[in-house]
Design a protein around this ligand. Structure first.
Ligand code: FES
Length: 169
């Protein structure tokens, strides 16, 4: 035997169960879509950011013969994340990774500019505009017995440290 209250209770219980079922189905569809995206990204060899990781790079990069570096020569090794430049008798290597979030920066008229959030650095890598708070790292430059210069991105040196062409060290 049912009364009006029982009928109303049964009706609201039925509505509740229908809504709960739809919520579960919706969550399942969303999770399946997410899994499919992650699976497809993994199958394509992409990492979480959608970038395709390359083989691990050595921190030591041969950048060319010392004799190739005439005064004013500037070479970008964006793939290894630095720029090397001969300034008079000094050769310097400066990181090209923004110290805010690591985005690759571009040369600008005053030094370097980050395309991500607008940080700017002078030609020595000093922060001139945030949001970056830290200067760009400088890297060790050495001369190999082969006559080639090598930049070691695992060796950060104090800002202003350079390879002296005359002293060859
Ligand atoms: S990553 Fe360069 S300013 Fe944010």
């Amino acid at each position: 035997m049912t009364n009006d209250n029982d009928a109303a209770t049964n009706e609201s219980r039925r509505q509740f169960l229908q809504k709960a079922a739809l919520t579960v189905i919706g969550a399942g569809i969303a999770a399946t879509g997410l899994c499919r995206c992650q699976t497809e990204a993994a199958a394509a060899g992409l990492d979480d950011d959608g970038a395709k990781p390359g083989p691990p790079r050595s921190p030591k990069v041969k950048v060319g013969k010392l004799s190739d570096f005439k005064v004013g020569t500037k070479k970008s090794f964006a793939g290894s994340g630095f720029e090397i430049e001969r300034r008079g008798d000094k050769i310097v290597a400066i990181s090209l990774h923004c110290t805010h979030k690591g985005v690759l920066i571009n040369p600008s008229s005053k030094g370097f500019a980050c395309p991500a959030h607008g940080a700017q650095f002078d030609k020595d890598g000093r922060v001139t505009n945030g949001p970056a708070q830290t200067n760009l790292p400088w890297y060790s430059v050495t001369l190999l017995k082969t006559g080639e210069l090598e930049v070691d991105t695992s060796k950060v040196v104090p800002l202003g440290t350079s390879f002296d062409v005359k002293k060859k060290k």
